[in-house]
Design a protein around this ligand. Sequence first.
Ligand code: SF4
Length: 300
Amino acid sequence: MEIMRPPEHLVIRPPSEARSLLVRLVRGCNWNRCAFCGIYDFFDTPFSERSLEEVIEDIDALRAIYGDIFKTAFLGDANPLHLKTDFLVQVLEHLRKTFPRLERVTSYARASSLAKKTREELVSIRKAGLDRVHVGMESGSDKVLRFHMKGTTQAQLIDAGHKAMSSGMELSYYVLLGLGGVELWEEHAKESARVLNEVKPHFARIRRLWIHPMSRLGEEIRSGRFTEQTPEGTVLELRSILAELEPSPMVLTCDHANNYIQVEGRIDLHKDGMLEVIDSFLSLPEEQRIRHYRSVPSVI
Ligand code: SF4
């Protein structure tokens, strides 16, 4: 088959999708206003939607280049669930037909976009082949979400989570430690745990806030409206969220290199063990803890 043009690349993908086939449905982020983010500005990628023909052409080109070797696929960039349901269903059906060995297809999604779709729409997207959505919850606190202009609310996070779970999709909620700053860290931890307890997503994925000096949040720090969380405070946030979680099969995982503490496990089975890991770290001599904090890379 003749390839007319190379398929487009994504800007980022979750670490758990390192071996996945990457398919671009939209360029950039349709929201692009979160104070802490700016990822698509740094990579000079303004938002635009791709046409169905372009996406189908990319899928065919990927098949011609790589063959049918992939077990997993990931759809990007930031929020393909913003697209019309019919568009998503057509893309997913073509993807599944072209790569029949795929066992899992996942996508980033904003909670507000999931909340706008009916449960029936989500069921049809799930049936067409989308198995899992990765949602940047970031915080369960309305105050924190508002401060960072996340464009979602606690109520939307809960509604979107329930809808996604009841459609049969797997759900990953990402929590960003440090997002409340020194000012709101307790509220951030408490309300984030509240949303996780309410929704009980399959995965709670923990990240640590990394502040780019050029982001809007960098300006907030310089103007004194936000005080960056300390490394130790970040660990205490993680402990505080974990301690509040009620028994459920939800897996909490710190699956990113920028976390100060790496714990992972099912809440109903491994919560006490994870708390012990954190507590034994906190009981180390201060010098040792500081050395550890300095050794952890600050990356996105
Ligand atoms: S955090 Fe997500 S929703 Fe917010 S601007 Fe960045 S990509 Fe868009």
